[in-house]
Design a protein around this ligand. Structure first.
Ligand SMILES: [Mg+2]
Length: 291
């Protein structure tokens, strides 16, 4: 941790999750972990084009190992179909479009849940109109997901990026059924209903429990402002981790990991712990496999 003096008004530095592993491990061992992972910027570095983000074979192996020990859910702003294809591991749960589309795996059963179906026409109309209004803005790219519309401006000039944001904000400002959220070099149009990644996490948690007496310990790792919605919903005994290059950041997370590489170090450690723990305690294995 840096010992640089803190400037007035600057947030308290977030402790590093790798350095805090003993504390985190103790929390996990007090219950049954349920792991939630964002995708872009968390499991993969942010790419110039979203379609370039790929999970490595090694990463896929780590997630598969983890899924044998605990429920694992990938929670992303990507559309569900894109997310499932990109991760490509059976037995995981997936929440796409910031939780508007959920594919929940428990044992042999898979549940599907969608929020906001009555807004599909609004999103369709928004796509048509914004494609028209932004057609001449160089570098602007519009990506349709089932329940949201992502307007990427990573390749726009600073002036054009501002124009994109202002256009989208004015558009949703005039439509009470829609709202927008900002992410990293992207602004997304979505239904104006109280549903976000945090609701998706709670939805999964309510269904991930089993008859064991130990509490579920949600672990959530994410890098973006939309992940704060999920981090805020974690119980006090949960483990919230923000992926961030800077330690001085306002966040609901208790810990930080520097970048996706650090995330994989953390996840590999978790998988190792989990495997050695299950060797020691067969009752824990069966309970976790069921969950
Ligand atoms: Mg992300």
């Amino acid at each position: 941790m840096s010992d640089r003096p803190r400037l007035p008004g600057q947030p308290t530095p977030i402790p590093d999750a790798l350095a805090a592993l003993p504390t985190i491990r103790a929390r996990i061992e007090a219950g049954h972990p349920v792991l939630f992972l964002d995708f872009d910027g968390t499991l993969t570095p942010i790419r110039d084009q979203p379609e370039q983000a790929e999970l490595s074979a090694q990463g896929r192996a780590t997630l598969t190992r983890l899924a044998e020990c605990m429920p694992v859910a990938i929670v992303s702003g990507r559309g569900l179909t894109d997310l499932v294809t990109r991760v490509g591991i059976d037995g995981l749960s997936y929440a796409g479009s910031h939780g508007f589309e959920i594919q929940f795996a428990r044992g042999d059963e898979t549940l599907h849940y969608e929020v906001g179906q009555e807004y599909l026409l609004d999103i369709e109309a928004a796509e048509t109109e914004l494609r028209d209004r932004l057609a001449d803005v160089a570098g602007c790219r519009i990506e349709r997901k089932r329940y949201t519309l992502a307007i990427h401006y990573r390749h726009c000039s600073r002036v054009s990026a501002r124009q994109v944001r202002q256009t989208v904000e004015a558009f949703t400002g005039a439509r009470p059924r829609l709202t927008h959220i900002r992410g990293k070099m992207v602004v997304e149009v979505r239904p104006d209903i109280a549903w976000h990644k945090g609701n998706a996490v709670q939805w999964v948690l309510q269904r991930a429990g089993d008859a064991t007496r130990l509490p579920l310990v949600p672990i959530y790792i994410g890098d973006d402002t939309t992940d704060e919605d999920a981090l805020r919903t974690l119980p006090a005994h949960g483990i919230g981790i923000r992926v961030s290059a800077t330690a001085h950041r306002r966040t609901a997370a208790g810990w930080r990991l520097r970048d996706p590489q650090a995330v994989w170090m953390f996840l590999d450690g978790l998988a190792d712990d989990c495997e050695s723990g299950t060797d020691d305690d067969p009752s824990r294995t069966s309970a976790q496999t069921r969950a």
